[in-house]
Design a protein around this ligand. Structure first.
Ligand code: PMP
Length: 394
């Protein structure tokens, strides 16, 4: 049987991680994998997470199964964190999932059941796992233009032109905030126009929000998601707790399906529980319990918010430092976009050859499409990167 297998495409980012590890240079800089790192290169366990884990260790009386949808308290705190009061709670069906990836997978499977003919529209570029899972599930997909390689901002004209082609019932996947891999985001007004167009086309929005709190703040980063959720009868929202709680390996996420009314919500809820049952039965609990413990306790929540704010500000400071340094070295404002981008990533907008040159000549590792993890920098490596960019002639 196993002789029938053929090799699967290697994950480029994971392959890059392995090359970085094998590089003997002591001054190498890893801007590859999407994990937050502090100034010392460590991915810390957040203070509130440690404290919540201590409490769970002390207080937990049982490890028996919880429920197919996960703990209802987790759903309640996450609905509140992501959606606020943009939609009535009784319209929202929700299931805990293994990470944001699990939520995306379950969302796509739900679409496949409910609208097998729908095309799922993805930004070009997007997080590579989006097209990969869609292809694996045998679903139809199309791309809309997103990144303007001249300005390194959003190609809004191209985006609108492409979304004009959306058919009734198609699904449009939008990043809630901190677009991965580009770092370029739609403004509030631009999102309003996208919403109007989608309403006209009778399309269904799907939001992937994996970096809430990494851009402009917890509430600010939820604005687009809430704007979208409140504008449609139906909307799918896949949220990840990996980054903003720093609990990557705990696999904590949630899929929310916003229904037209309470009857439709009950049907969606039942289908989401069914999908969990088919794929992995009960979702992981530990990370979800940590998140719930933090969000339900005012003191822990305040500490988590404070640490998240420090994390966010450290990335903004690195962005500004890099943009300033490049302004000085290039004697131009052509790298100012780095300070305008939001989240953990920025797409430098250069060729794979230049990316390879930065790796070979300077030990600077970024993804082949020139996505840089800003959190991989520190105050000392920013000038090194800036000089390498200029030396390479980018
Ligand atoms: N969506 C986007 C855009 C992401 O960048 C990521 C993480 N790289 C995810 C979803 C999923 O993250 P996880 O499954 O680790 O929660």
């Amino acid at each position: 049987m196993l002789e029938n297998l053929s090799a699967q495409p290697a994950d480029k980012i994971l392959a890059l991680m392995a090359t970085f590890k094998a590089d003997p240079r002591s001054d190498k800089v890893d801007l590859g994998v999407g994990v937050y790192k502090d100034a010392t290169g460590n991915t810390p366990v957040m203070r509130a997470v440690k404290e919540a884990e201590r409490r769970i260790l002390n207080d937990q009386k049982s490890k028996a199964y919880v429920g197919l949808a996960g703990d209802p308290d987790f759903s309640a705190v996450m609905k509140d964190l992501v959606l606020g009061d943009s939609v009535a709670q009784e319209r929202v069906a929700a299931v805990a999932t293994p990470g944001g990836t699990g939520a995306i997978r379950q969302a796509l499977e739900l679409i496949r059941i409910a609208a097998p003919q729908a095309t799922v529209w993805l930004s070009n570029p997007t997080w590579p796992n989006h097209p990969s899972i869609i292809k694996y599930l045998g679903m139809k997909t199309a791309e809309y233009r997103y990144f303007d390689s001249a300005t390194r901002g959003v190609d809004f004209k191209g985006l609108l032109e492409d979304l004009e082609q959306v058919a009734e019932g198609d699904v449009v996947l939008l990043h809630g905030c901190c677009h991965n891999p580009t770092g370029a985001n739609l403004t509030y007004d631009q999102m309003s126009q996208v919403i109007s167009l989608m309403q006209k086309k009778r399309a269904v929005p799907m939001v992937d929000i994996a970096y809430q709190g990494f851009g402009d703040g917890l509430a600010e980063d939820a604005v687009a998601t809430r704007q979208i959720a409140s504008s449609f009868d139906n909307c799918l929202v896949a949220a990840s707790c990996s980054k903003n709680f720093g609990i990557y390996r705990e696999r904590t996420g949630i899929l929310m399906a916003i229904a037209k009314d309470a009857d439709q919500q009950a049907l969606a809820q039942q289908n989401l529980a069914f999908l969990n049952r088919q794929n992995y039965s009960f979702p992981p609990d530990h990370g979800a319990r940590v998140v719930t413990t933090i969000l339900q306790d005012p003191e822990l929540r305040a500490d988590w918010e404070a640490e998240l704010e420090e994390t966010r500000n450290s990335m903004l400071a690195l962005r500004q430092q890099l943009a300033d340094e490049l302004r000085r070295l290039s004697n131009s404002d052509r790298f100012d976009f780095l300070a305008d981008h939001r989240g953990m990533f920025s797409r430098l907008g250069t060729s794979p050859e230049m990316v390879e040159k930065l790796r070979a000549d300077h030990g600077i590792y970024m993804v082949g499409d020139s996505r840089m993890n800003i959190a991989g920098l520190n105050a000392k490596t920013v000038p090194v990167l800036a000089k390498a960019i200029i030396d390479a002639g980018i």
